[in-house]
Design a protein around this ligand. Structure first.
Ligand code: IVH
Length: 670
């Protein structure tokens, strides 16, 4: 491909990808499938790698990240990022309204109400129609330049051809409730500590050095302010509608209010409804709508006189701390839990609150019997926010953290730099044993759905099962002797256990519950090594050399496979007939093995995804771009001329849909 051709194709792909991205994220429409989108993106990235002179800072490929920033540059905000006055009371809002009326010398003004999104404030500047810089709020005067990370926010435009003058927008970046939950589920399946709330996680994410990891986290954003030297908009309403029109992500929850009474209605409307939104919110923001009037009112030293935040009360209560108990998870991590005198909070009775770790207990300086303040905000579990020292019993003592496992008595360990204490007795500590078996039989793992938490407990209590391998040695007589079991339920359990022997290696590897080996990592390891022996014998260096396997995962694998009891367990599972080889038979056939394919254009019998599926399930490999190493180009209607020309020049075999189907059947298409 000549330089000029590469440039043309890069331009063409950039326009297409920006457009599809915009349609998908701001208009909820998709003209192509995710697969096709990924293919175009892969083609663009491959061209930009080969022709780096054509890689621009506004390329759609910036969305997937890739660059690593060691230290973010501290930059000065053009317009300082101020905060807002806060209030929790309607009286104070009424006073705010009176000040606005007095300041303007008239009652001829309107308010613009928005929700107050609980995320991370960003300032994003554009010039000549391109996103130039994304900066954190920092101290309000100076923030960190996190442009590469901001570009991974899919809903945020990287190019705005319709607005070429310099301007800045402000908005709130956040992890949507769904994304946050999925992230925590993934962490749970990897045996990692859960993140406490979406806001701090979003903040941590945007400060990550590896932008590719940021891209995977799927950060979202809502824009709520526009700033520029020119009078493009006359009011907040115009700005919000105008920004929405050119493609910025705007929450549809705003409302123009004629007076403070309509503002009160807005507050009431959203008090409960806000919980249904995809983003956490903690209040509403009330802004004088007209920009000229905003200017007239101006600012105090720190906050605007034309806006105020009304915060919904984080529901809180005071209750007595009865005790602290300690839970041991399947990985041995110990979590302290506050046992409370039951108290009504946000419509539910709260009896317990998470205390995270020893540092948290120390920070709060808790004594048993203390009266503590409990709050339910963005967090999943209520948290203790403080202690009422005035009502403390003088004879009570400060809580000291346990030194030994409450379940098995083993001395706890705390690795340098880690917040959690661990029980190292992985092989004998009951909750660790039960937790590992529960993980093993889980729907996402070996899927033995005839077993459940209760049965595992019964099997454990009867000393029948200590490790997953014991499940495969259970007999009919042993199970039926348990309380509540009859012929049918016993047979069902045995059948479920038997069926699990069909589960492929990649899933078995996940089911073993090795720390940091989640589903995705398990698939990578299984396909890379092909069987358990090669994986067990791999050195740290070999493991780290695999893309996306880091030091933490490598160390965890080595530690796991070094333990004699784990080696024995794997041997027993192998003897029981579980799958420890990544079977090629998972495929429909291997007729396309060793062959690479590019699919392009539109087909009459099958969709592109279907053809792609047929290729991979018959042993072939899909690649994103045409190179001299490519075996086949499956060409449909309306295929790009550049591709066709490139394939012809390189002498690649170009086949039609029908020829492909013949190839699939006979290994040959003539
Ligand atoms: S407007 C002059 N609108 O709240 C300040 N802020 O306490 C203009 N926030 O730092 C800010 N949602 O991070 C505005 N709809 C919204 C908002 C919002 C959340 C945050 C923002 C700001 C803080 C102010």
């Amino acid at each position: 491909m000549s330089n000029q051709e590469a440039k043309n194709r890069i331009d063409e792909l950039s326009i297409l990808l920006h457009r599809y991205n915009h349609l998908y994220y701001t208009e909820d429409k998709s003209e192509i499938s995710d697969f096709e989108f990924d293919q175009l993106m892969a083609e663009l990235i491959s061209l930009e790698t080969k022709f780096p002179e054509f890689l621009t800072t506004h390329s759609p490929s910036q969305r997937v990240g890739g660059s690593v920033t060691k230290e973010f540059e501290n930059v000065v905000h053009k317009y300082p990022m101020l905060s807002l006055g806060n209030t929790y009371s309607w009286e104070e809002l009424q006073e705010f309204d009176a000040r606005v009326e007095k300041g303007l010398g008239s009652s001829d003004y309107e308010y613009f109400c928005e929700l107050k999104f609980d995320g991370v404030a960003l300032s994003i500047s554009y010039d000549q129609g391109q996103l130039k810089r994304g900066v954190t709020r920092g101290d309000g005067t100076k923030g960190d330049d996190i442009t590469t990370n901001v570009k991974t926010i899919r809903s945020l435009p990287i190019i705005i051809p319709k607005l070429t003058e310099a301007f800045e927008v402000r908005g709130e970046a956040f992890l949507s409730k769904d994304v946050f939950q999925a992230l925590n589920e993934k962490r749970a399946s990897e045996g990692e500590e859960l993140y406490a709330n979406a806001r701090n996680t979003a903040s941590g994410t945007l400060k990550m050095q590896d932008s590719a990891e940021v891209a995977r986290r799927k950060v979202s954003c809502y824009i709520y302010s526009f700033l520029s030297e020119n009078d493009l908009f006359q009011s907040q309403e115009e700005a919000i509608i105008g920004l929405k029109k050119v493609g910025f992500p705007i929450s549809p929850t705003y409302k123009k209010c004629k007076n403070i009474h309509e503002v009160f209605e807005y507050i009431t409307t959203w008090e409960q409804k806000r919980h249904e939104l995809p983003v956490e919110t903690d209040g509403i923001v009330i802004k004088v709508n007209n920009y000229a009037q905003q200017e007239e009112l101006g600012f105090t030293a720190k906050i605007p006189r034309w806006a105020i935040a009304y915060k919904y009360k984080a529901e809180s209560a005071t209750t007595q701390l009865l005790n602290i108990t300690y839970q041991v998870g399947r990985t041995g991590a110990v979590t302290p839990v506050a046992e409370l005198q039951p108290v009504l909070l946000a419509g539910t009775t709260v009896k317990r609150a998470s205390l995270h770790n020893a540092n948290e207990i120390q920070r709060l300086g808790l004594h048993i019997g203390d009266f503590v303040h409990v709050e339910k905000g963005g967090e999943i579990i209520p948290k203790i926010t403080g202690v009422d020292i005035t009502s403390r019993n003088l004879h009570s003592e400060e809580v000291t953290y346990i030194t030994h496992c409450p379940e098995c008595g083993t001395e706890l360990v705390r690795t340098e730099g880690e917040a959690n204490h661990y029980c190292p007795n992985t092989a004998q500590c009951p909750p660790q044993i039960k937790g590992k078996i529960e993980h093993f039989i889980d729907r996402k793992a070996m899927n033995i759905d005839s077993l459940g938490e209760q049965t595992i407990k019964q099997l454990f209590d009867a000393s029948l099962v200590r490790t997953p391998a014991d499940l495969y040695e259970l007999t009919y007589d042993q199970i039926i002797s348990l309380e509540g079991f009859k012929d049918l339920s016993t047979k069902k359990i045995l059948q479920g256990i038997e069926q699990s022997k069909e589960i492929p290696f990649r899933v078995v590897l996940f089911a073993l519950g090795i720390r940091f080996v989640g589903k995705t990592v398990a698939v990578k390891l299984a396909t890379h090594f092909g069987n358990i022996e090669l994986l067990m014998n791999a050195t740290r260096e070999e493991l780290i050399a695999i893309p996306e396997i880091g030091e933490r995962i490598a160390d965890s694998l080595i530690e796991h496979f070094n333990k004699e009891e784990n080696k024995i367990e794997i041997k027993r599972l192998q003897n029981a007939g579980l799958c420890f080889i990544e079977e090629k038979e998972d495929l429909a056939s291997v007729i396309l093995e060793g062959k690479t394919f590019v699919i392009s254009g539109v087909f009459s019998k099958f969709s592109r995804e279907e053809i792609g599926g047929m290729i991979t399930s018959n042993g072939g490999k899909l690649v994103s771009s045409i190179s001299s190493k490519l075996n086949y180009l499956v060409a449909g209607e309306k295929m790009g001329p550049a591709k066709l020309e490139k394939a012809t020049t390189l002498g690649i075999e170009i086949i039609s849909e029908d020829q492909f189907l013949k190839l699939l059947e006979n290994g040959d298409y003539v």
